[in-house]
Design a protein around this ligand. Structure first.
Ligand code: GLY
Length: 366
């Protein structure tokens, strides 16, 4: 039995998030879009394609005229304009028009890139999100942020373009490798930290079930995060204010991602960014020392990193300042006042950021 959560941004962009255990319900969900004479293009990557593309194609064949599959190489290094360009070429050569649709089947990279191609091809065509990773299900597939990396700058080129539907098959969570699964936990943890102290406690109470990927627990967890994300993006769809809170851990996180040459996963870097933000929050007397250590140490049972070796903090600071979360030359830093309450702070100094980055350095004597 599927469940649904409508997302309604200013009554202008309404779409459902559908929660299911398989892809079977897609056919019914797409019926209202009257696609019978239309073409769909499943956009996916080489990791997800062998797992689900044919299955999704078979379901979609019943609702439209043609279902194409466009697959690009897996990995953040392919989230760029070159890949978008090859997708444009594919769509042009196969005569996709404005009423045809793209289907993003995969994790955050696939969702962001497909959404961006949909936002820009023929000045905008429809797309649906079928997120297959925990990270994409709890965060990136919802809210219409689309984009690609540009010349090592994360998500520097993009557009807000709302999906027509977000369809989650929780069965896909079982196919994630350990690293991918736990990287998604960083965004779950972030959601709790910024908005929901009860979820934070619930996560700690369910560590065993979460690590075991118990389906009922994972389902409840994803749905709770989607409720948080829905509330945030409904209130502030284009990040004029509170939506920025979702960037907790992302400013330094993105810098570490770049510093590590994208060899660490986005969620892993967000976990380190959360440690850094919580440390700065402690030093600015927003959090107590105990709160800081609890926030940091509770990342560990979810297999998330809290320290690094061999880093150059100055270089990471430099990269942090080239991130796009700037407001009149100042970084919009997200800090924590307590678990469940985040704030935007534009007064964080370079010294404070540097101290936060240095806090990440693994000290064997500790
Ligand atoms: N992933 C952050 C946002 O959607 O705003």
């Amino acid at each position: 039995m599927s469940e649904r959560l409508p997302v309604n941004c200013n009554r202008k962009f309404c779409y459902d998030i559908v929660f299911d255990q398989s892809f079977d319900g897609l056919k019914e969900e797409l019926a209202p879009f009257a696609l019978s004479g239309r073409k769909l293009c499943i956009v996916t990557d080489t990791m997800v394609e062998p797992l689900y593309a044919k299955e999704v194609q078979a379901v979609l064949k019943d609702v439209c005229k043609e279902v194409h599959i466009f697959s690009f190489p897996y990995g953040e290094e392919h989230k760029n304009l070159e890949t978008v360009q090859s997708l444009y070429v594919y769509l042009i050569e196969h005569h996709f028009d404005r009423k045809d649709m793209l289907v993003a089947l995969g994790g955050g990279v696939v969702g962001d890139l497909t959404g961006f191609a949909a936002a820009t091809y023929l000045r905008g065509i429809g797309f649906i999100q079928i997120p297959t990773t925990l990270l994409a299900q709890v965060d990136s597939s919802i809210g219409g942020k689309t984009g690609v990396d540009f010349s090592q700058y994360k998500n520097m080129v993009g557009a807000f373009h709302m999906p027509k539907l977000v369809y989650m098959n929780f069965g896909t969570i079982t196919s994630l490798d350990e690293r991918q699964y736990f990287a998604g936990m960083a965004e779950v943890y972030k959601s709790a930290l910024i908005k929901d102290a009860d979820l934070f406690v619930w996560l700690l109470d369910h560590i065993y079930e979460i690590c075991d990927r118990d389906m009922d627990t994972v389902t409840e967890m994803v749905m709770r995060c989607c409720n948080i994300k829905k509330a945030v993006v409904e209130k502030d769809p284009t990040e004029q204010g509170d939506r920025a809170l979702l960037n907790l851990g992302h400013t330094v996180g993105h810098a570490i991602e770049k510093y590590m040459n994208f060899q660490m996963l986005h969620g892993e870097c967000v976990a380190l960014g959360i440690v850094c933000a919580a440390y700065i929050s402690w030093k600015k007397e927003l959090l107590s020392m105990d709160e800081y250590y609890e926030i940091r140490d509770m990342l560990v049972p979810f297999n998330l990193p809290i320290s690094l070796t061999d880093i150059d903090p100055q270089e990471i600071l430099k990269l942090t300042k080239s991130d796009k979360k700037m407001d009149q030359g100042k970084i919009k830093f997200i800090l924590l006042k307590k678990v469940g309450k985040a704030i935007i702070d534009t007064s964080v100094t370079d010294e404070e950021i540097l101290a936060g980055i240095k806090e990440l350095i693994f000290d064997e004597t500790e």
